[in-house]
Design a binder for this molecule. Structure first.
Ligand SMILES: Cc1ncc(COP(=O)(O)O)c(C=O)c1O
Length: 454
């Protein structure tokens, strides 16, 4: 039977225009500016239908860890799909899920002993929120019907996750009547991550942020089931890097007030920040940990929510006790995705992936030092292998008005020059696969400088 797909990309794009609804997109823009056909992935590059090769400077939404089409991940996928593609996980268990638990657990804080599987970052967060709420309820703390979260955080697009996130451009405002009750706390950005930091008054600002945090818990601590945060860096919030000292204080205040601490490492996990988990850098262990994106090296959707034994215990009981966690998804612990995740973790054992991430971090710092020479760039900063800066109008020093869609235009021009970047508002960042050759970052910085000059 012939494929129903037309042979030419122009007709394929007409099909896309007629029937496909893309994520995070005002579809009208694709009338003039159609989506870019991508046909392959090789190492740190994406291969476009027009024959161009572009550096995946944002790891395809922060997922791709060891490069595209890594033979070990692809091999694991093929082998597992041929053996057991999928099986329901209620009442069944299988090797790939167990191997994944065995491989991952020694790399996590020791207090996290129980793994719950789901499909993506948003569902990992939903699971954590529901677990925290139900655990509080079942330990007799029924009044804890609020959550705490950092201002400017992002935890996904399902309603629970939107409720603890706070980005107006993700329509949090519109959906407010449908959302969880959430109290929000401000934390300052950490100037010590900047290439040219101004540390004047920093100690005082840090002390005042610490006092605000204590006051926040004094005011809301009794009502909170859990506090959720992206450790050290709020990614979708514009790569806002915040101080490890405040994460330590957050842990301490959660303990004082009986609030569970959920750390969302969906974006930061698996070496992105230079350590396996970002929370390691603050010496903080959460009560619930959300992982996804890099979990499978970016090949298949999968996520996990890890919980402490103390939380798990609150769900224990006879079937009649109504204490079980009645949550699950059709593809929970999909064996193929678990096998790919095992292959990705095996690479951490067999290759110096973290050392590579640290070396990439050094290259990232030089790339942003180069970028920072341009007056259109402000506040260049890095954390591990993540680099970010603010894009401003060099004549006024302030951000370009949103209606100019400067970031989008930069994104499209950069693609023409072999680089995928996708600024978030005025935040330009690079977060490439960890096996990106450092020289490619220097090239990316040069490309961006030329585009900014143009
Ligand atoms: C910190 C964080 N949590 C959760 C999510 C949601 O993950 P997903 O898009 O896989 O649902 C994201 C996505 O960017 C994220 O950055």
């Amino acid at each position: 039977m012939p494929t129903p797909l037309p042979p030419d990309w122009s007709d394929r794009l007409a099909l896309d225009r007629a029937h496909v609804w893309h994520p995070f997109t005002q579809m009208q823009i694709h009338e003039a500016d159609p989506p870019v056909p991508v046909v392959g992935g090789e190492g740190c590059d994406l291969l476009l239908a027009n024959g161009e090769r572009v550096l995946d400077g944002i790891s395809s939404w922060w997922t791709c860890l060891h490069g595209h089409g890594h033979p070990r991940l692809v091999g694991a996928l093929e082998r597992q799909a041929g053996k057991l593609d999928h099986a329901m996980f209620a009442g069944f268990t299988h090797e790939p899920a167990l191997e994944l638990v065995a491989r991952l657990r020694p790399r996590l804080p020791a207090n996290l002993t129980r793994a719950f599987f789901s499909d993506d970052g948003s569902t990992a967060v939903e699971v954590a929120l529901k677990m925290a709420f139900q655990a509080q309820h079942q330990r007799g703390e029924q009044g804890r019907d609020h959550f705490g979260a950092l201002r400017g955080g992002y935890h996904g697009d399902t309603l629970g996750a939107v409720g603890v996130g706070e980005l107006e451009n993700f329509m949090t405002g519109l959906f407010r009547p449908l959302l969880l009750a959430c109290e929000r706390l401000d934390v300052p950005e950490d100037p010590r991550r900047e290439l040219a930091p101004d540390l004047t008054g920093w100690e005082a600002r840090l002390a005042s942020a610490r006092a605000d945090l204590t006051a926040f818990f004094a005011a809301h601590g009794k009502r909170l089931a859990a506090f959720i945060a992206e450790p050290l860096i709020q990614c979708a919030g514009g790569m806002r890097m915040w101080p490890p000292e405040l994460l330590q204080e957050l842990r301490a205040q959660c303990d004082v007030h009986g609030v569970y601490l959920i750390l969302d490492e969906v974006a930061t996990g698996f070496g992105r920040t230079g350590t396996f988990l970002a929370c390691e850098q603050a010496g903080v262990a959460p009560d619930l940990l959300c992982l996804s994106k890099g979990l499978t090296g970016g090949t298949l959707p999968l996520s996990m929510t890890w919980a402490t034994e103390e939380i798990y215990r609150h769900f224990w009981g006879t079937p009649a006790s109504d204490r079980a966690f009645l949550h699950g998804h059709s593809y929970t612990a999909n064996p193929t995705a678990c096998a790919v995740a095992c292959a990705s973790l095996a690479l951490f054992d067999d290759e110096p992936v973290l050392a590579r991430a640290q070396a990439l971090g050094e290259a990232m710092r030089s790339a942003f030092a180069t970028l920072a020479t341009n007056p259109a760039i402000r506040q260049a900063r890095t954390l591990g292998a993540i680099g970010a800066c603010r894009l401003v109008d060099p004549t006024t020093g302030v951000a370009h008005p949103p209606e100019q869609r400067f970031g989008w235009r930069l994104h499209r021009r950069a693609l023409d020059q072999g680089l995928l970047v996708r600024p978030i508002g005025d935040c330009l960042y690079l977060l490439p696969p960890l096996n990106t050759p450092p020289a490619r970052l220097a090239e990316a910085a040069e490309t961006l400088l030329q585009l900014l000059d143009a």
